[in-house]
Design a protein around this ligand. Structure first.
Ligand code: CO
Ligand code: ZN
Length: 331
């Protein structure tokens, strides 16, 4: 399968923490304009890419935002304190670099700890290489956000990069739109603010009133040393979600997804994620309820500067999404 991984590389490096997704939206809009009938953005900043048709109205959702840090305080010496924007894990922060929208880079340091239990977020600071508050205020301001620095690396079978959560979902949705011959009414929604509580998906689903929704996002794996037991592995195919903290997939949608995968010989894995959620968590509760499913891309080190996934899983995700969009009448 001929997927444009160079484009994925570009997509992962675009600045887009929750609430500041404009650059990502602009990139996606430019790429998809030739493949759609209509492009629009809503009040919150969701990008809606529409392909008109007859039959079911299908919403495909992938979130544009990434986790980040927001500056809360600047001290006399010019060190910054911050609050997390989304599910930031402290061990993933120390020693790493983050970047502001301006390109300014900072390094996350930690105070001397008296005891291991002091290892908390308020012991961390951001050093942007200045020596006073005045100097710091010339380059950053309170309320400004920063995201991880993390190169895109393509090792052949696997990919390592920052922000595969969820630019890989955006990428899969984009590739599916380019390929689909579906005659249904398609609304590809690139959502905002997923990482802080699926806020974009909520208003988009309400406005669109879809008959069916499919979110595409990453999921964790159980295939690293002494990982929490979980039956998802890199390279074994796209995940079909059964449950996470935000939803239980309806048996009907789940069965239909698995049937279409099996008939098209697309490898898949059942995904049970004991925490976290995705846009479908918000969408399936919209209005009177929307039949919703999730295609999950198995990903190691989610929410770190170096997330890792397997290209074979990306290919099965694109293939399955394309097949589902064509077969939706069966549901
Ligand atoms: Co995430
Ligand atoms: Zn995500």
């Amino acid at each position: 399968m001929d997927l444009d991984y160079t484009m994925l590389g570009q997509l992962t490096q675009i600045f887009g923490p929750s609430g500041s997704e404009e650059r990502v939206a602009e990139f996606i809009a430019t790429q998809l304009r030739p493949y759609c009938d209509e492009l629009k953005s809503d009040t919150l900043g969701n990008l809606m890419v529409l392909r008109h048709g007859t039959g079911k109205k299908i919403m495909v959702a992938a979130h544009m935002d990434e986790i980040g840090l927001m500056i809360t305080h600047i001290d006399k010496e010019g060190f910054l304190r911050f609050t997390p924007l989304g599910g930031v894990r402290i061990p993933n922060l120390v020693g790493h670099r983050v970047k502001f929208s301006t390109g300014r880079v900072g390094m996350i340091g930690i105070e001397k700890l008296e005891k291991p239990s002091d290892f908390k977020l308020d012991k961390l600071y951001l050093d942007i290489g200045v020596s006073s508050r005045e100097e710091a205020e010339q380059v950053v301001h309170i309320g400004e956000t920063a995201v991880f620095v993390g190169d895109f690396v393509d090792s052949g079978t696997r990919i390592i990069s920052k922000t595969l959560d969820d630019r890989i979902g955006c990428f899969i949705a984009m590739e599916a739109l380019k390929r689909t011959k579906s005659t249904h009414e398609l609304a590809f929604v690139f959502t905002v603010q997923e990482e802080i509580g699926t806020r974009g998906a909520k208003t988009a689903a309400y406005a669109l009133e879809p008959d069916l929704a499919i979110a595409v996002d990453v999921t964790a794996t159980g295939d690293t040393p002494k990982a929490h037991p979980m039956s998802v592995e890199l390279g074994l195919g796209v995940g079909i979600k059964v449950l996470d903290h935000s939803m239980i997939t309806s048996p009907q949608v789940k069965r239909w997804m698995a049937l279409v995968a099996t008939e098209n010989r697309i490898p898949f894995q059942w995904e049970v994620l004991e925490y976290g959620g995705t846009d479908s968590g918000a969408i399936h509760l919209s209005r009177g309820g929307v039949p919703s499913g999730v295609l999950s891309v198995p990903t190691r080190y989610v929410h770190s500067p170096a997330e890792m996934l397997d290209k074979r899983d990306v290919e099965s995700a694109v293939n399955l999404l394309v097949a589902l969009l064509e077969r939706a009448t069966e549901l």
